[in-house]
Design a protein around this ligand. Sequence first.
Ligand SMILES: [Zn+2]
Ligand SMILES: [Zn+2]
Length: 690
Amino acid sequence: MLNVTLPDGKELHFESPVRVLDVAASIGAGLAKATLAAVVTTRDAQGQPSSHTIDATTLLPESGDITIKILTSRDPEALDMMRHSAAHIMARAVMRLFPKTQLAFGPTTENGFYYDFLTETPISEADFPKIEEEIKKIIKAGEPFERVEEPRDKALEILSGIGQTLKVEHLREGLGENETVSFYKQGEFIDLCRGPHIPTAKTIGAVKILSIAGAYWKGDANNQQLQRLYGTAFFKKEELEAYLTQLEEAKKRDHRLLGKQHELFAIDNEVGQGLILWLPKGTIVRKQLEAFLQEELTRRGYQMVMTPHIGRIELYKTSGHYPYYAESQFPPIDMGEHPSEKARLAAVKVEYPGDEAAFQAAAASVEKFLLKPMNCPHHIKIYEVKPRSYRDLPLRISEFGTVYRFEQSGELSGMVRVRGFTQDDAHIFCTPEQVAEEVRGCIEMTIYVLKTLGFSDYRVRLSFRDPANQAKYVGDPAAWDAAETAIERVTREMNLPNVSIGLGEAAFYGPKTDFIIRDCIGREWQLGTVQLDYQLASESRFNLSYTGADNKPHQPVIIHRAPFGSFERFVGILIEHFAAAFPLWLAPEQVRVLVVSDKFEEYAKRVEQQLREAGLRVGSDYRPEKIGAKIRDAQLSLVPYMLVIGGREVESETVSVRDRIDGDLGAMSVATLVEKMQEEIRERRLRQRK
Ligand SMILES: [Zn+2]
Ligand SMILES: [Zn+2]
């Protein structure tokens, strides 16, 4: 007999073999109709659970105890699965229109899917409408996806028979271990695929082909060049419409374009890809953000420090960053390559001819450095400058610390994926008893900082241990228990919206809290990480301690946290969020003085001076242009306030104020304007065009 437990704890029993669909039908006909697949959890002899997603039509085990979560179009996992089915359908449509097409791989992406093809005649954008037409026909026919399992020999025969040589190669080389493999069939189309898939094409609401790009077979530039066709799919047509509108809006807000247009930042190939040059205007934005954070950090009892951009490799061996993360780092700076070190070693050979030991000793003293991939090891050294007692804790050390990581060039993107970046980093060294309060402080600060910048729509993700596999985590299990309970309690007490707990998602060294914000066009970004760490302070790493109230040594807990993540990525996101129209307190140019004619220049310059003395960032336009053109230019430059100065203003000792958002505000004295602007800045007011 098979015992099935549902997520709500309800139990069902089946005497004869059943499929997921039958389980759904026994609950209700409506559910059976909506069922797309199921996540099935089984336990092995040791009680270790393992979960996998299976088709709605797959037979369940005949006996035993399993847990089933039925997936419908409301579950996020189902969207991904449906999109993979849409990729099969797109491939099928392409095969119909481009006979002899070779299929490569067709996985899903964050927002859709792609499929790589090798066609006799290249696919172009002009072909998209007819491919989409064909896709519509296939969806309308509503044929089922059928899973077929075959032994390797038979599978090779099938693939050779239909001339899919890339798949044959993959089966031979990539799947060499598998004794049987699975195919998915839909009508005349068959594809080597692990699955799972939705039961029929009918549940796909809308498919759109988005773009085409070049790709190589298995991502290797020495292999055949393929074409990668990107698409997306949704369960409902309206969802596709909303997504396409969002894409349009995102294109307009692309920080790479706006950053260039408004001279915020630049990337120069001669300096290097992924290395940001902050232009004067971008630097103003960053410095304002730094000042804002600095103020908040001071208020919350953090102490600022500064540390070098490099450190000796031994430091990172102790921390474990080297060699474990060598792939994502720049290789070490080997001083053995330096002329003076080469000369020193050569001299040893001359002085002690044949003395291999002397030479080895000299060679071993050659230093190696690493570009700092993380600030933590440096901050730990600051903790270690003197003996610490429980009275010194919590010690909150913060730094706007620049780190370097080696991202693949294909991964680099404007300011959001870079090779050098400055984190708004901090490390809190505290006692286990202080963890809850410190985490609360970090969460409060993150929320405050994000809200100030207009990100009030966010969700919180807690990453905790896998309860079934506690052995893989470092640190005292009791400390983990206490920390996880405390973090969960803190988020509940703070009434945080949308808190989700990911069991098994914690890093091996500590539980984590992440903020996922939604920007004004609905895209999600992960920011504001608070990470607990039981490893770096441990005996096997830096072996940190403090003297407790009991006069005995104890190991502190380290918390890593960064509300923004990095200034580069955060400013990139901000540029898109505000479409470069920054609120007054961040605007590179806050006010621009415009003269109606050059007769009023002297008065205008006096006004400029008064504004500057009040600490405002002032620009001016004295070109012999019509005032209308000057206003338009200032408006396009996204300057929050424009001051028009003509005869009337000079006479009445006023300025005519134009607000970028509200338009004409009429004449006022400079003093009144300054007061109004300073208040808006002080309150860090967000005013967006409706
Ligand atoms: Zn597939
Ligand atoms: Zn850290």
